[in-house]
Design a protein around this ligand. Structure first.
Ligand code: 5GP
Length: 207
């Protein structure tokens, strides 16, 4: 069975990544979404173990010490990290694992795991980005301002990603992402065993 692809998805806060990932998992098989650990407080409606594992700072620091996280980063005053064991299990089981993480974490994954596929999700325009952030309505003006400032920082790293995915309508964006991942499975460098096998078997035909 072929291994799954580790897909790192980043994008501006307010780009609609969460909605796109949720729909991707509903619509297509063979995907698993990694649930991160964070020290931030749950937003209304969020549940421990569903959106995130919400943990105290000391507990998070313990996970770092135990090397239980593939990567972690600080984002607007809080820690966020990716638990290692679930990701490894799911990849082995042939599922594509989605990490929805910010750019510092994405760069760490790229360095540690070069075969990871990095996708950056963006609204079609900056005006649209600002509108989506304000419309969410769950954040204070200060948090919105921090996130917009952070967007400027993140835009600087967009060219480090393998694909830029414009989120105009959710359905199109989901289908497009799925197509990218399906195509990636055909990449020669991801099929070295298959290639070696065919090369070995066809060697017998050579004169
Ligand atoms: P939010 O607080 O809006 O849920 O997330 C803030 C940012 O943290 C988002 O850009 C989100 O993608 C990112 N994030 C979520 N989980 C992780 C993680 O495990 N590692 C890293 N590096 N970033 C994460």
């Amino acid at each position: 069975m072929s291994k799954g692809i580790l897909v790192v998805v980043s994008g501006f806060s307010g780009a609609g990544k969460g909605t796109v990932m949720k729909r991707l998992l509903e619509k297509y098989d063979d995907y698993a979404l990694s649930i991160s650990v964070t020290t931030r407080n749950p937003r209304p409606g969020e549940e421990d173990g569903r959106e995130y594992f919400f943990r105290k700072r000391e507990e998070f620091e313990k996970l770092i010490q135990e090397d239980a996280l593939i990567e972690y980063a600080q984002y607007v005053e809080n820690y966020y990290g990716t638990p290692r064991s679930y990701v490894e299990e799911q990849l082995q089981a042939g599922r594509n694992v989605i990490l929805e993480i910010e750019i510092q974490g994405a760069m760490k994954v790229k360095k540690k795991i070069p075969e990871a596929l990095l996708v950056f999700v963006t609204p079609p325009t900056v005006e649209e980005l600002e509108r989506r952030l304000r419309d969410r309505g769950t954040e204070t003006a200060q948090v919105i301002a921090d996130r917009l400032a952070r967007a400027g920082e993140e835009a600087k790293g967009m060219d480090q990603y393998d694909y830029i995915l414009v989120n105009d309508t959710v359905e199109e964006c989901v289908d497009h992402l799925h197509q990218i991942i399906v195509s990636e499975h055909s990449r020669a460098s991801r099929n070295t065993e298959f290639i070696a096998d065919i090369q070995q078997q066809t060697r017998a035909f050579q004169k």
